[in-house]
Design a binder for this molecule. Structure first.
Ligand code: 9D3
Length: 255
């Protein structure tokens, strides 16, 4: 069982995660649990203050450390599942990768802190946060969507979470390539035919074609991914063939 405890001022944002798709089913199947903790419930002043002005001045508010700390401590006290890891979602974090997602599946409890405003008091991070993670180089208005990204990406790797186990695992090699193109009925859409090999029923030709497409698209769109791979002879030949055909086609006749 992997338990997600999300610390957020906007717990309503997380509702679709419980109710929908892979993440919802994983809860039904007791593979995961998702709980929200609202820092506002850990305030005792009349206005339930969770933020304050930044020391030193400047625009924007900062999330106060004490309500966040008390929410973290309650989340930790709510379970014996281990190991427990505290992740702060922030634009300053290490960029999330599939490697990191795999690593997070080994946790018993993941406490995800979704910040709002300019961020949280640095001392809360120093004392309570194990990892700071960003989901990419663009600006969100808070950490909730990033927390949902982590819950989704981690959950689908848990054994039994997907209906079709094969599409998650694949082999470790195809996982490091881009996907091949997919087609379904009708056979012709707005004049575009489905590649005939996919209609041939020849499973070996189809396997080769898909592997070649995966290699070729990786070469075209994310060539740096190929640098870290050792291609076996079959894959070398398929890729060479793809590059040859590509270069023949993209050479203008008037050149
Ligand atoms: C425009 C405000 N920025 C001033 C330089 C700082 C800023 C503070 C808080 C920018 C974004 C946010 C809110 N973002 C997140 O909480 C966040 C996030 C993101 O914005 N991008 C990628 N990953 C993440 S994880 C959490």
């Amino acid at each position: 069982m992997l338990r997600f405890d999300i610390i957020t001022l906007f717990p309503e944002m997380l509702v679709p995660l419980y109710e929908t798709g892979v993440t919802g089913r994983a809860i039904d199947r007791h593979l995961t649990m998702v709980n929200c903790w609202n820092p506002r419930d850990y305030t005792d002043d009349r206005h339930h203050t969770v933020d304050d002005k930044s020391y030193g001045g400047g625009p924007g508010m900062v999330m106060k450390a004490e309500p966040l700390r008390d929410a973290i401590l309650d989340a930790q006290d709510a379970t014996t599942l281990s190991p427990s890891k505290v992740v702060y979602l922030s634009p300053q974090g290490t960029k999330l990768t599939q490697h990191k997602v795999r690593e997070l599946t080994l946790c018993g409890q993941l406490i995800l802190i979704a910040g709002r405003y300019e961020g949280v008091d640095e001392r809360l991070i120093n004392e309570y946060v194990d990892e700071e993670i960003s989901i990419g180089d663009y600006v969100l208005s808070g950490g909730e969507l990033a927390a949902m990204v982590i819950v989704d990406a981690v959950t689908r790797l848990l054994p039994g979470a997907l209906n079709c186990e094969l599409s998650a695992v694949q082999d470790s090699f195809t996982e490091s390539l881009l996907d091949y193109p997919h087609y379904t009925r009708p056979e012709v859409f707005e004049g575009q035919r489905t590649p005939s090999v996919l209609m041939s029923g020849n499973h070996e030709s189809i396997r080769k074609w898909r592997l070649q497409q995966a290699l070729g698209r990786t070469w075209l769109r994310k060539p740096e991914m190929l640098n870290n791979l050792r291609l076996d002879p079959e894959r070398q030949i398929l890729l060479r063939e793809f590059i040859h055909a590509y270069e023949k086609n993209s050479t203008n006749v008037s050149d």
